[in-house]
Design a protein around this ligand. Structure first.
Ligand code: IMP
Ligand code: MG
Length: 180
């Protein structure tokens, strides 16, 4: 179906919120922290967030994990698996887990459990966007960039069938009815 992408959060608003998020996060991070971003959706958010963390005096290790994802459509598979684990040793470490969107909660719950099972001392979580009304699992992020309504979004690293990750803003996908 044809669709358009409508701006939901501007580039300027994203920049400003990432900056204030870093200020909220910095005092709560433990010593010698690791930032773990989830590929691919959180790659731009993670890159911007660690640079804002630097400005407020945080010098973390940085790693990434790849999980099984949505596939090409708009619906979550419901099951999550690790495709590529992070390489850092996590025992006793203080972690900031970074994801793009908190939706049903499957991904965040699974990943927090996974990191704890690897011996992390602390797992804080930060998501750019929170679709609260979609939640199925009992999980909350410690830091949320923006709560958003139940709309399918793209941009700033987030895709629809591998498209639109390069947009510097967050847009909502709006389906267009074919003219009849
Ligand atoms: P959850 O496991 O259902 O919470 O889904 C979280 C993951 O689903 C996110 O990390 C995204 O990769 C993906 N996702 C959820 N909503 C959207 C969306 O609106 N656009 C693109 N990906 C999404
Ligand atoms: Mg994802």
């Amino acid at each position: 179906m044809p669709y358009i992408v409508k701006t939901l959060i501007s580039e300027m608003d994203l920049q400003e919120r990432v900056r204030t998020l870093a200020e909220e996060i910095a005092p709560r991070l433990g010593p010698d922290p690791i930032v773990i971003g989830l590929f691919k959706g959180a790659f731009i958010f993670t890159a911007d967030l660690v640079r804002e963390l630097y400005r407020v005096g945080v010098n973390p290790a940085i790693d990434f994990m790849v999980l099984s994802s949505y596939g090409a459509g708009m619906d979550s598979a419901g099951t999550v698996a690790v495709k590529l684990d992070c390489r850092e040793k996590l025992e006793g470490r203080h972690i900031l887990l970074v994801d793009d969107i908190l939706d049903t909660g499957n991904t965040l719950l699974f990943t927090i459990d996974h990191l704890r099972a690897k011996g992390a001392a602390q797992v804080l979580s930060c998501v750019l966007l929170d679709k609260k009304e979609r939640r199925k699992m009992p999980v909350k992020a410690d830091f949320v960039g923006f709560p958003i309504p139940n709309e399918f979004v793209v941009g700033y690293g987030i895709d629809y069938a591998e498209k639109h990750r390069e947009l510097p803003y967050i847009g909502a996908v709006v389906q267009q009815q074919a003219a009849s």
